[in-house]
Design a protein around this ligand. Structure first.
Ligand code: ADP
Ligand code: MG
Length: 253
């Protein structure tokens, strides 16, 4: 039996008189990749940022690794890894210097080169963030979530805007991070990504969770309800064509 590492109960967030999150409840198990799926505006980022202690909730209860968000937000901050906006990095510093800076801020003794190697950016140690491709920027931003050796990392749409090769490279990175025992909570609106990566997903729409299970189980339930695809499935899709023509390797120029 795995342990619950995040427990969210009846979470509500009002922005003025607009209710963005309408009483959301879910648990995340230790060591799983948990996906929050939903269209734009569903309330995914709001929910994540509340758990990350970055946004005030209106009501509800959030427990992270036994710590109550209302009483111990600073303790929660120590055990979670949060992606920063790439625009927020000091523009004059290179990747190595940025990681050294963060290590100092977190008071952690991490080998910056080892971290860059893990995200496949060792060659770019002396580059500035603005010189990176979209996929490299995202991998760097994932690396920064790992500096404080967190038990849980939060990734908010880490693959939006990336080409298929860069998305796949990020997927492997996320799987590697989980393989080291870190719990991952990720948002996406790419269903293939959720199917490949997530052990369980919650589908959130207009501030409410409308389904929650493993991707496999959700598909089985739909099929059991009598659903059939309108068109017979081919053995490949256009993305398979694209990947097979342009190769699996990263093109980051
Ligand atoms: P998602 O990440 O799923 O796209 P968000 O959590 O960012 O959704 O937003 C949920 C809803 O709350 C949206 O309708 C959005 O416009 C609204 N919203 C988000 N942040 C604010 C804010 N700071 N003030 C007012 N409304 C907001
Ligand atoms: Mg969002």
């Amino acid at each position: 039996m795995s342990n619950t590492i995040i427990s969210v109960k009846n979470l509500v967030k009002n922005y003025g008189n607009f209710q963005a999150v309408k009483g959301v409840s879910f648990d995340v198990m230790e060591g799983e990749i948990f996906g929050l799926l939903g269209p734009n505006g569903a309330g995914k980022s709001t929910t994540l940022e509340i758990i990350e202690t970055l946004r005030e909730k209106t009501s509800g209860e959030v427990i992270v690794d036994g710590l109550n968000l209302d009483k111990q937000p600073n303790e929660i901050k120590k055990i979670i890894g949060v992606q920063l906006q790439t625009s927020g990095y000091y523009p004059g510093l290179n990747l190595l210097q940025l990681i050294e800076l963060f290590c100092g801020l977190y008071n952690r003794d991490v080998d910056p080169m080892e971290l860059l190697e893990m995200v496949n950016l060792k060659d770019k140690a002396k580059a500035k963030v603005k010189e990176l491709s979209g996929g490299q920027k995202q991998r760097f931003s994932v690396a920064t979530t790992l500096i404080n050796q967190p038990r849980i990392i939060f990734l908010d749409e880490p693959t939006t805007g990336l080409d298929p090769q860069a998305r796949r490279s990020l997927w492997e990175l996320v799987k590697n991070i989980r393989a080291r025992g870190t719990t991952v909570i990720i948002t996406t609106h790419y269903m293939d990504e959720a199917e490949y990566l997530c052990d369980r997903v919650a589908i959130i729409d207009a501030g409410k969770i409308i389904a929650m299970d493993s991707p496999d189980k959700l598909v089985d339930n739909l099929v059991a309800s009598g659903f059939e695809r309108p068109k017979e499935m081919k053995m490949a899709n256009l993305e398979d064509v694209f990947i097979s023509l342009t190769g699996h390797s990263l093109r980051e120029g």
